[in-house]
Write a new protein. Structure first.
Length: 268
């Protein structure tokens, strides 16, 4: 059997599950349009706030408007995989509480794969488009030069950054296996992303330590994106950003496995 056979098997199952889910969601086109419009408005408002701020000051801790615009575009792309592919994590607490999660124990599939494959957040695609537009605009304003190597590097660090966000959310969602109400933890973990598009250098020493080494939020956008907008003075953490993403995901998977191994249903 080919070493790629399991990958093809899971890819085929994923396509079939998503095809059925997307068909069902397309019956609610208005929801997609309204949610996508909301994402556009949120993005525009954030950029306008940046612009208003920089009307008063030339830079923030040495970072210019165009550099922050690039980091923000990177941030939008980095958090999109969590929203598009792992949207099911938001419902885990309810599935565990109600006992419906038990069905995932009886299929010959990886449980995490099976669980996240049942949902696909269509409106998250609009965020990908917005992120690309913002990133390209910022790149043009910064006169950044792109070749095949730099594009591949961008894709690689984006994957690592996405894994940080995914890892944080899987870990938070998995608390449902231990807690009666894990919503506060999940909500807090999601709100942490709001720190991601801002330079960690503008924060206090305690916050820098917290958001770098305890809750690695700074690796979602600031550290990996800074290597593209600064030819020099790049934080050393930028070099290990992809590794942090892999580590965050592996830790979250261990937490997930520990949770699924201990959970035994509602008992009803």
């Amino acid at each position: 059997m080919s070493a790629l056979a399991p990958v093809r098997h899971y890819a085929r199952i994923y396509r079939r599950l998503q095809a059925q889910y997307i068909k069902s969601r397309l019956q609610y086109r208005a929801d997609f349009v309204v949610a996508s419009f909301g994402m556009v408005v949120t993005t525009v408002v954030t950029i306008v706030l940046f612009w208003v701020l920089f009307r008063s000051v030339p830079d923030i801790a040495g970072w210019t408007f165009d550099e922050l615009l690039f980091i923000y575009g990177f941030y939008l792309l980095a958090i999109s995989p969590m929203q598009v592919l792992f949207d099911a994590m938001w419902g885990l607490r309810m599935d565990v509480t109600e006992g419906s999660f038990i069905k995932y124990y009886f299929r010959p599939l990886n449980m995490l794969f099976y669980y996240v494959s049942e949902r696909f957040d269509l409106k998250g695609i609009s965020q990908v488009v917005i992120g690309v537009v913002v990133l390209v605009t910022a790149s043009a304003r910064l006169d950044l030069e792109w070749d095949l190597g730099s594009v591949l590097l961008l894709v690689g660090v984006l994957i690592g950054a996405s894994l940080v966000q995914i890892g944080i959310m899987i870990t938070a969602a998995s608390m449902a296996f231990w807690m009666t109400d894990s919503w506060p933890v999940l909500s807090f973990a999601w709100r942490l992303r709001e720190f991601a598009p801002y330079p960690i250098t503008i924060m206090s020493g305690f916050m820098r330590l917290l958001l770098t080494y305890v809750l690695p939020v700074a690796f979602i956008a600031f550290y990996p994106a800074s290597r593209f907008v600064r030819s020099g003075d790049v934080p050393w953490q930028a070099a290990i950003a992809p590794l942090v993403g892999v580590a965050a995901f592996l830790v979250s998977y261990r937490v997930w496995r520990a949770g699924t191994d201990r959970w035994s249903g509602t008992g009803s």
